[in-house]
Design a binder for this molecule. Structure first.
Ligand SMILES: Nc1nc2c(ncn2[C@@H]2O[C@H](COP(=O)(O)OP(=O)(O)O)[C@@H](O)[C@H]2O)c(=O)[nH]1
Ligand SMILES: [Mg+2]
Length: 604
């Protein structure tokens, strides 16, 4: 058991890609967690398959290292705005944060969000000016910008007097002054010991802890992880769990675990200030209070910011249902989503009034929801997904909608296009500057629904050279109509296999989404129409065979390769009367009603 004075609990927070997980690689390596010849993948804490594939952190993750005779619990956090719920949740567990800012890019939208959360929680951030090895790094200019941001976000005097250090997480060094000789990260370890306060808590008081995250152990079932606020706990100890309604249940600790490097290790006991995982309470939920029987208290609930976007998960009714996935029924979908709801509290899951074939899932953004859909796909689920909708609210009887602060960086030649695009989407420009390197930086306030469907276009229209990041800003009065997708689609009028001849005739009318041999069904979207209206087409039409014309002659036909959609792109692309059919191996676009009969049978 560790003396709380010898514990430091910190979270690493920053805008996406500012180097949190890489810095953690180096902190772990320099804490002798790994054997000398051990091969460590880059960004080792990004352990989920989707994290590795997308190159981003999605879930907050714990680790623990020892430096001198101190125990340092470290939580890596996601930097993408859609996963900001994770940041909010873990900040309650730590006593300080390392705020990383890329010394070339400077503060970005998510820097503002995570810093404002940390300041609101009363934490005193330690600023790490990271990536000082980058060619155009300007650490002291960024230090000034950071100071201004602290001021703007209302830091109190103590918080404003923040400690800072220069670093290159990738190269594994930190220096107090830019003139210092770079060596390793010990200056950062030292700063964590001196600038991060030890956790409060008295070992002699009765045990008290709040469940901040949930995990699952195959043997002991659900686990609650959190910081011990008071007292001590030992395996086998009795405790009382108080849920958000005040209901009390009595349990016994069946397993106690801490972290060491990448591993979870079983421990006999732990005390105030430490972050542990505790098993033995099968129904524990995030926010529940875990107390010693002699001192039962109910801690304030863990509340997160409201979701801004909703999507409907609909039963897959396409003719191909059940060919690819093993879970296709509404009960399966509902049971799975309810399970998700327990561990992923930044998601809200609700029934859709008057419908028994759909469930509404509300989250922080399209990526937040896409990650869940992708996870379920990989678990063998099939479903249809509706177009994301913003969640509005009534304020003084007027509809208000969410708007986002958008940060744009593009080569100067594209700035005009982007300004047009965002103005058409009800965006208001707040700042514009062009650097001596010909890079234009702009910020806008744009309705969340104005950004829907735009991220794809933005990349195409800036030839992939633009950076667009956004973060929820506030709710404002409804801004009126925003034109949706400008083009209509080509809808298949029959089931069958698409073939070269049929597609060849169609490609003059717009971009194709299917290739010869792909199976299509009536009502499936097989392409984008070059005009603004939908057209019904025949992608399976075969050429009339005559005794002169042989079957194989199709191979002379040149077809442009079909446009392939990722899950996010498909969700971004569809219109209100369309759905994305999602199965483990296929993503298809379709009309909500496959034909007139379907419309009459199901119209709501
Ligand atoms: N030049 C430079 N690149 C870095 C440094 N730290 C991280 N990176 C790169 O920045 C990208 C994002 O890093 P990552 O750790 O995933 O950022 P996170 O999103 O904040 O966790 C990766 O390509 C890293 O290799 C650094 O100190 N210097
Ligand atoms: Mg990361």
């Amino acid at each position: 058991m560790y003396d709380p004075k010898k514990i430091r609990n910190i979270a690493i927070i920053a805008h996406i890609d500012h180097g949190k997980t890489t810095l953690l690689d180096s902190l772990l390596k320099q804490s002798n967690i790994f054997r000398d010849n051990e091969k460590i993948p880059e960004r080792v804490m990004d352990s989920y398959d989707q994290e590795r594939e997308r190159g981003i952190t999605i879930f907050a993750k714990h680790t623990c290292v020892y430096y001198k005779d101190f125990k340092i619990n470290i939580i890596d956090t996601p930097g993408h705005a859609d996963f900001s719920g994770e940041v909010e949740r873990v900040l309650g567990m730590v006593n300080s944060v390392l705020l990383l800012i890329d010394a070339q890019e400077g503060p970005m939208p998510q820097t503002r969000f995570v810093l404002s959360q940390a300041l609101k929680m009363g934490l005193r951030p330690i600023l790490v000016l990271n990536k000082i090895d980058r060619p155009h790094a300007a650490p002291d200019r960024v230090l000034d910008l950071a100071f201004d941001l602290f001021l703007e976000l209302g830091a109190n005097d103590e918080q404003l007097d923040f400690s800072y250090i220069y670093a290159s997480g990738f190269n594994g060094f930190a220096i107090e002054k830019l003139t210092d000789e770079p060596k390793d990260l010990s200056p950062l370890f030292e700063l964590i010991l001196t600038a991060a306060p030890p956790p409060p808590g008295n070992l002699e008081l009765p045990f008290l802890m709040q469940a901040a995250t949930l995990g699952y152990d195959d043997y002991t079932g659900r686990q609650a992880t959190g910081r011990i606020l008071e007292g001590k706990i030992r395996k086998g100890d009795p405790l009382v769990c108080v849920d958000r309604h005040g209901k009390q249940t009595t349990h016994r600790v069946t397993k106690l675990e801490g972290h060491l490097g990448l591993k979870k290790i079983e421990i006999e006991d732990a005390g105030a200030g430490d972050i542990v995982s505790l098993s033995g309470i099968p129904e524990v939920d995030i926010g529940d209070s875990l107390c010693a029987p002699e001192n039962v208290v109910q801690l304030p609930p863990i509340t997160l910011a409201e979701p801004t976007v909703s999507i409907e998960f609909v039963v897959n009714t396409s003719p191909f249902v059940g060919r690819d996935g093993k879970h296709v029924t509404m009960n399966k979908l509902r049971e799975r989503l309810m399970r998700e709801k327990r561990a992923n509290i930044s998601l809200k899951i609700e029934e859709v009034e008057g419908r028994d074939d759909a469930i509404r899932v509300c989250g922080r953004g399209e990526l937040h929801l896409a990650v869940l859909i992708e996870t379920m796909r990989r678990e063998g689920y099939e479903m249809a997904i509706s177009k994301p909708k913003v969640i509005t609210k009534q304020v003084d009887g007027a509809t208000h909608e969410p708007v986002e602060r958008v940060h744009i960086e593009v080569p100067e030649e594209f700035s005009g296009t982007v300004i047009d695009d965002l103005s058409r989407r009800k965006g208001e420009m707040r700042s514009l500057a062009t650097s001596e390197h010909g890079l234009t930086t702009m910020s806008f306030i744009v309705p969340t629904r104005g950004l829907m469907g735009y991220r794809n276009d933005f990349l195409t229209r800036t030839s992939g050279l633009g950076i667009l990041t956004s973060i929820f800003e506030s709710f404002v009065p409804w801004k009126g109509d925003i034109a949706g997708r400008l083009r209509g689609v080509m809808i298949s009028n029959s089931p069958g296999k698409a073939n070269g001849y049929g597609l060849f005739n169609l490609q003059e009318r717009g971009a194709l989404f299917v290739k010869p041999g792909d199976e299509v069904y009536e009502g499936m979207i097989v392409g984008e129409h070059a005009r603004d209206n939908d057209i019904v087409v025949n992608a399976t039409k075969a050429k009339q065979l005559t005794n002169i014309r042989a079957a194989g002659s199709d191979e002379n036909i040149i077809l442009t390769p079909p446009r392939k959609f990722t899950l996010e792109q498909a969700i971004d692309y569809i219109a209100d009367d369309e759905l994305v059919e999602v199965t483990p191996n296929f993503i298809r676009l379709r009309k909500t009603f496959l034909n007139e009969i379907d419309r009459k049978r199901n119209s709501r």
